[in-house]
Design a protein around this ligand. Structure first.
Ligand SMILES: Cc1cc2nc3c(=O)[nH]c(=O)nc-3n(C[C@H](O)[C@H](O)[C@H](O)COP(=O)(O)O)c2cc1C
Length: 222
């Protein structure tokens, strides 16, 4: 078969399935009054369903010059305050958030055809929470964090591997060693939108908005 008979990238993108086959139901009228509670239901559902990387949160920020940027981080917890993630204060995302606390975060669990979008602002948690998070990490993961110099040009991969091995040995030796730049941040929601895909395309979309009196909940056209 000639190469030209192969489907093009364009064709393959259109054929690739976006959702799982067996999608859960979602009835917004029966959903909790608080988006934190509904999010907890959905993320636990994703974990229980074996969805890959259920804790992967796409975090979008805007820098001082207005440039926007998105990346995946691990969701560490959800509390009444908001959605927690941990990172290095020298990273671009923290430079951005220090200049402009406005943030967006999103989750997509393809096998369940569920998306959650959050907009709001972010703030750092204190040194104690950040240190506790750092010390919960495995020695290898502490080593990788201690070794890195986020976003700086790197000469070779070997340089990184050596730096991680050295730092992991230090982390192994000193179980209390904390990277001073390690920080836990919280995304405080102003708006949280839940989207449930349906095979008939009658997707269900509901948005929670924070008002003075509490959360409002509105169904939206998809
Ligand atoms: C699945 C996955 C999980 C990640 N988790 C984190 C994380 O929890 N914290 C973090 O700082 N970077 C994490 N990263 C790396 C970030 O996506 C990003 O590359 C890095 O933090 C630098 O981003 P920045 O320069 O925009 O700040 C993760 C990447 C992937 C693909």
């Amino acid at each position: 078969m000639s190469a030209s008979a192969d489907p093009t990238l364009r064709e393959r993108l259109r054929r690739a399935p976006a959702f799982g086959a067996d999608l859960p139901a979602f009835e917004p009228d029966e959903a909790p009054a608080d988006p934190h509670a509904l999010f907890e239901e959905w993320v636990l559902g994703a974990i229980d369903a074996g969805a890959p990387a259920p804790q992967a949160m796409t975090l979008s920020t805007r820098g001082a010059d207005g440039t926007v940027s998105a990346r995946v981080v691990v969701l560490k917890d959800v509390t009444a305050d908001g959605w927690h993630f941990a990172t290095d204060a020298r990273s671009r995302k923290i430079h951005d958030l220090t200049a402009d606390a406005t943030v967006a975060a999103s989750f997509y669990w393809p096998t369940l055809a569920r998306q959650v979008r959050i907009t709001g602002w972010a703030h750092a948690m204190g040194a104690a929470a950040s240190a506790a998070d750092f010390l919960e990490r495995s020695p290898a993961s502490r080593g990788a964090a201690l070794a890195t110099r986020p976003g700086e040009p790197l000469g070779s991969h070997a340089e990184l591997v050596t730096a991680i091995a050295d730092a992991t040995a230090r982390a192994d030796e000193d179980r209390e060693l904390v990277l001073p730049e390690w920080q836990v941040w919280v995304v405080v929601p102003e708006e949280v939108e839940f989207w449930q895909g349906s095979p008939e395309r009658a997707h269900v979309r509901v948005v929670y908005r924070r008002e003075a009196a509490g959360w409002t909940r509105t169904r939206l056209w998809p």
